[in-house]
Design a protein around this ligand. Sequence first.
Ligand SMILES: *Cc1c(COP(=O)(O)O)cnc(C)c1O
Length: 359
Amino acid sequence: MSGWAQSKPLDMDKFNLNNLIRENIKDLKPYSSARDEYASLGSEMVFLDANENPNSNGVNRYPDPHQRSLKSILAKQKNVEESQILVGNGSDEILDLLFRTFCEPKKDNIISLPPTYGMYKVLAGINAIENREVLLNLEFQPDIETIISKVDSDSKLLFLCSPNNPTGNLIDTKKIEDLLIRFQGLVIIDEAYIDFSKTNSWVNKLSMYPNLVVTQTLSKAYGMAGIRLGMCFASEAIIDLLKKIKPPYNVNELTQKQAVNGVLDIAKVTNQVTEILTERQNLKEALREIPFIQNIYNSEANFLLVKVDDADMRYNQLLEQQIVIRNRSKQPLCDNTLRFTIGTPEENIKLIKALKVIK
Ligand SMILES: *Cc1c(COP(=O)(O)O)cnc(C)c1O
């Protein structure tokens, strides 16, 4: 793709990870289980160290705290080192680990760009961190100069969601590059919907930007929201810090097994994504015929955001027909918008039928 920076940006020489870390985390030693050192020696070992029930049932042992099997597959697929990967109990856990590693409560701040994913704000609230909001512009792109004017030495994290939820668009490559170069904290690119987009992941650019953190998830394209598996890709230095504070057994045995099977079955994911993208196009065409739908925003994700005449009324009318969608009207720049997740072909037909009978 075009527009990638050709050389290491000059400003990055100023980046100093050490300056971003909370003092109490700097000196912390992670919890270590005695099992760690022996896990690779094989099943002939006798494990009497962790007070587990010795009777095998598939889950009687604690899970691998390093998730080695899953990471070895992910490392090959994403073309990164295993040491550049952290997996968590959903991306939500990973985002929380980022706050707790880098943001000092009641002192530091983060930058987020509404309308966007609600968890950045929620996590800022939970962790007592100021959330400096800079609205996206009318094209749903970042306003770089305003962002930079809001930054100070306590600005630790900048959240970019691309493709963005709820708007569905990608953030421009050039804008992201600018922010990576000019923002001296960590830039987190939330790629929950990247598998629905034709664009390259920013994971490919980790070696160029020491302040880049990319998060992805098995909750959307991979069809495994129920197992709770989020992924974080960053420099080994950043990953090592997050590992210090992650709960040792944050990804359970059943999740690790199912995640391994899920990421190995690429063909299934690709087929389902293809079907969802076809369905998105079909739905889009059908929505154009609905008189009260005034705008259908371009989407690189598995949902469509639309502008309607009266979102509350249309939401309730669909609910009466047993169709639950998301009313995003309370988000800035999203007056009278509704978000439709792309369902199965049958579900999408039901949605279209329901929209057609509404007066
Ligand atoms: C759905 C979604 C996630 C997924 O979070 P998980 O905890 O991994 O399920 C992350 N970010 C965005 C923007 C999302 O829409």
